[in-house]
Design a protein. Structure first.
Length: 418
């Protein structure tokens, strides 16, 4: 694996509630969004944070004030204390998660936000915007604990939930993808944030056609990347919402990681959002840039600092902190002494191996005969072999090289189209 290949510089009261006054305790079937989200929703659907997003993202005439959601608010003794929350993205346009999460939320004191109008028939960028319009609308009225706010979704909604969580991990403590899963972001600094901050509670059914994807592919890959991950496979369940027992157990497991998230926030102030605020693009870019410079001063965190610089330069190329980050990256890239390279290479090997194992496990054990995904098996197996090939070429006699040879031998027969 040549070092030059990884240069730092990148070429109970159902009714209608209007937002305004703090919502009363209980269930409300329809709440209208009071205004546009303050959160950086474009970054969840693009590689940059856009000051002026194109109309194609949401369609002409999009109006946040026309979006609605269902809401449950528990009894709260101290209205100023941040509340835990579950944000749910359905596969259809009507919210579908409340009945499954009702007991969990009532027993555990969780706010529940069920997004409406963001089903699988809606283009992904618009879905993300609607989800974050609804979420931030609640945050404006009720402070939500970012260490115990979990975003969940069913099927296609699970993929959107993952997209939001992995792009904006500072607002969430974890993700609960049900009967599907999404993709990690490619940016190294966001993968660092996911590892440090997020827990992933993946749920599937015994006969779910996406079971292999959840159990074998994403479950394996996320765990090996370093994300705190656990998979629940509910017996006698297909492609459906799981029981409240399973969801309660998953949420409790997510809660068990809250102290870990709080500890990570002490080391990285930008890794955790405030309960009810949202920084502007300029404020966020400056904070990330300043934290990157701090990390550069410590050999142990130098690589992370450089990846934060890379993140700031890529996310905000039009802002002064983004431009300054790029300049500093170029200065480090020109240095003869490059003590961060070993960390960079080790991390990339780890990422490649994690993806190769996940895809390999999926191809070998997660795609049942006759399933809708069977035709994809040869391509998936080849992709896993290609990834292992990078590691074999890098160091054929290393532990990863030897592991890769074994995987490649097992996967090769699957590449033959029948």
């Amino acid at each position: 694996m040549p070092r030059t290949a990884f240069a730092l510089v990148f070429a109970c009261c159902a009714g209608h509630l209007a937002s305004g006054a703090p919502p009363a305790a209980g269930y409300t079937a329809k709440v209208t969004v009071g205004g546009p989200t303050r959160l950086d929703w474009t970054f969840a659907v693009a590689t940059e944070s856009l000051a002026d997003p194109p109309a194609k993202f949401t369609g002409d005439g999009f109006d946040s004030a026309k979006q609605t959601y269902e809401l449950f608010v528990p009894e709260r003794k101290d209205p100023k204390k941040p509340a835990p929350a579950i944000l749910f993205v359905s596969a259809g346009d009507e919210p579908s998660g409340w009945k499954s999460f009702e007991k969990t939320c009532k027993d555990g004191g969780f706010v529940f936000i069920g997004v409406r109008g963001a089903g699988n028939n809606v283009p992904p960028p618009k879905r993300v915007r609607i989800v974050l319009d609804c979420y931030d609308d609640v945050r404006k009225q009720i402070p939500l604990d970012p260490d115990r706010t979990y975003i969940s979704g069913f099927s296609g909604g699970a993929r959107i939930a993952c997209a939001v969580a992995f792009a904006l991990p500072e607002y969430f403590g974890g993700v609960i993808p049900v009967c599907a899963a999404g993709d990690l972001r490619d940016e190294p600094w966001l993968r660092h944030r996911a590892v440090d901050r997020l827990s992933a509670a993946l749920v599937t059914g015994e006969t779910d056609f996406n079971r292999g994807e959840v159990e074998r592919w994403k479950g394996t890959m996320w765990r090996d990347v370093g994300i705190r991950t656990r998979v629940w496979t509910q017996a006698k369940m297909g492609h459906a919402m799981p029981s409240s027992v399973t969801l309660t157990e998953a949420v409790k497991w997510l809660d068990d990681g809250a102290d870990r998230r709080a500890a990570a926030a002490k080391k990285s102030a930008t890794s955790r959002a405030t309960p009810d605020g949202a920084p502007s693009r300029e404020e966020n870019a400056k904070a990330i840039f300043e934290e990157a410079k701090q990390q550069l001063g410590n050999r142990a965190t130098m690589h992370r600092g450089l990846m934060l610089l890379k993140g700031a330069a890529g996310r905000w190329p039009d802002l002064a902190p983004g431009k300054a980050a790029l300049k500093l990256l170029q200065e480090y890239d020109a240095r003869k002494d490059r003590p961060w390279e070993d960390d960079d290479l080790a991390e990339q090997r780890k990422q490649i191996a994690a993806e190769a194992r996940g895809l390999g496990d999926y191809a070998l054990n997660g795609i049942p005969a006759g399933s809708q995904y069977e035709k994809q098996k040869p391509a998936i197996a080849k992709r896993a072999i290609d990834l292992w090939g990078v590691l074999i070429a890098d160091a054929p006699n290393s532990a990863l090289g030897k592991e890769g040879k074994k995987w490649a031998a097992d996967l090769e027969p699957l590449t033959k189209k029948k």
